[in-house]
Design a protein around this ligand. Structure first.
Ligand SMILES: Nc1nc2c([nH]c(=O)n2[C@H]2C[C@H](O)[C@@H](COP(=O)(O)OP(=O)(O)OP(=O)(O)O)O2)c(=O)[nH]1
Length: 144
């Protein structure tokens, strides 16, 4: 029998710059290996979401960000674990993203997101984000 455990809250960042946003490829050997994701990680005990986001982005990318907006949290169950994924739209405040442990970083437009293999939990986030971009610009090809 497989047991599914709840790993808690995971925060991740949709970092926007010049009409694109940053995606990162998870390394081999980790859960969801080689999928494209939004940089981030688990919220530790005693941390706020914003504190966890700040810590993870410094650790993973060596950047500081300012938060633009919190998107709707997504509860998702994978076969072996479940989690709540909370995405924040952000802008870089300091630094240039460094791939670090990620296999690769890429800046893409929302119109290209369907070409990348994202974890299932990210799909509602991408859908909400796309709707916001379309509402703000009237154009699905652009980010604000
Ligand atoms: N960072 C991130 N994790 C995601 C996304 N979508 C998604 O399902 N996840 C899952 C994968 C992992 O099971 C979990 C986050 O784990 P992680 O490995 O990135 O976080 P972490 O740095 O705190 O973990 P660890 O390696 O220190 O154990 O959330 C996403 O877009 N970004």
């Amino acid at each position: 029998m497989t047991t599914s455990f709840h790993i808690g809250d995971v925060v991740c960042a949709i970092i926007e710059c010049d009409g694109k946003f940053l995606i990162a490829r998870r390394p081999k050997g980790k859960h969801l290996a080689r999928k494209w994701e939004f940089p981030g990680g688990k919220v530790e005990a005693g941390e706020s979401e914003a504190e966890a986001l700040e810590r993870e982005l410094l650790e993973e990318l060596d950047v500081r960000v300012e938060i633009v907006e919190r998107l709707t949290p997504v509860e998702h169950s994978y076969p072996d674990r479940s989690l709540r994924l909370i995405a924040y739209r952000c802008r870089i405040a300091a630094g240039v993203p460094d791939a670090g442990e990620h296999e690769e970083l890429r800046w893409i437009g929302i119109d290209k997101a369907s070409e990348y293999d994202f974890p299932e939990a990210d799909l509602p986030i991408l859908a909400e984000y796309r709707m916001k971009i379309v509402a703000a610009t009237g154009d699905p090809q652009k980010t604000v």
